[in-house]
Design a protein around this ligand. Sequence first.
Ligand SMILES: *Cc1c(COP(=O)(O)O)cnc(C)c1O
Length: 397
Amino acid sequence: MTFKRSLAEELLNRIRSVVGQNDASLPLHAPEFLGRERELVLDCIDTGWVSSVGSYVNMFEAEVARLSDCLHGVAVVNGTAALQIALAVSGVNAGDEVLLPTLTFVATANAVTHLGAVPHFIDSAYDTLGVCPTLLRSHLERIAEVRGGQTWNRKTGRRIAALVPVHVFGCPVDMDGIDAAISDWPMVVVEDAAESLGSRYKGKSCGSLGTVAAISFNGNKILTTGGGGAIVTNNADMASRARHLSTTAKLAHKWEFVHDEVGYNFRMPNVNAAIGLAQLEQLNNRLVLKQRLFDGYAEAFRGLSGVQIFKAPIVSNSNNWLITLLLDRAYAKDRNNILTVLNDAGIMARPVWALMHQLSIYQSAPRAILTQAEDLAARLISIPSSAYLGARVNNGI
Ligand SMILES: *Cc1c(COP(=O)(O)O)cnc(C)c1O
């Protein structure tokens, strides 16, 4: 008699064949502190340089920029603030629309809203999980027109000021495709590179593919500063304006307090930058371990019907931030059962975020047809992706 295991049980077995038996629950992505974090944090405390001024912030900024193939970096308190400042220095004003994928973390849309601008949701591509160039172009052809060198939404009458591609789970978007898709519609490209530090598209770092980019160093990202973010760009004017805006827009002076616009108190504290500098030193090791983990999972899931591991296109190198499964359409109905079985077994597994246009806060926002994102969202499951798990692959544990 043959016994056919359910897809959920089969997935559980195959995940365990990679990560080993787990006593405690395995998180999706655990922070790891294996370098000089303790030493540099203690130095902040011993010297008193814990807050918004200090040498680690400057070193952290230079290193984030270097690792992103950018000339300038500005460190801030989190990725959402980084996005908000990146949009502001790109000239996004209150009342403008900003195009962004509906399949993203809520922070992308919130950063737009915090500026008084309006998120406008677009669809995602199957090959990258990011903005779909073909559907973006056809949507713009339907709703956009160019007047006075700017792009306008004919339906809402608002200016479309920017596009925010998101490198979902670390997989780079098809940037050449996107650039071609918007070539007839002037707008600034602000990358949401929150999840993609260390990812590359055609050899170029994510964060250097648009005009300006935002990176997150939240506790669940590939590297963390506790909480933190950075703006990276090759544009010197944007960088200095980002620094100015994120430090209360205070004019440099020996003692006077003169602020020339309504700025923000967004600067990353030195103590967080100290952690971050130590983390950045581990990026390369972490990328290697996460690739090993991805390869281990890919091997374990080979030949399994009903599900595939999501793999970045051949032109890209993902940082493999979150490793993700895509169920076949026939198994979409089993998603919640699979999530239950994995989580009950201590293997943390999560669906992708609720789509932005399906949140009550954004249900009346302008949008394209979003059927591919809806189809993807019903079928994606992220599985434990911490770098340390990569050390278990092929180690016979
Ligand atoms: C994490 C994240 C952000 C926001 O970063 P925080 O540091 O949490 O504010 C923005 N966009 C995406 C896609 C993210 O994953």
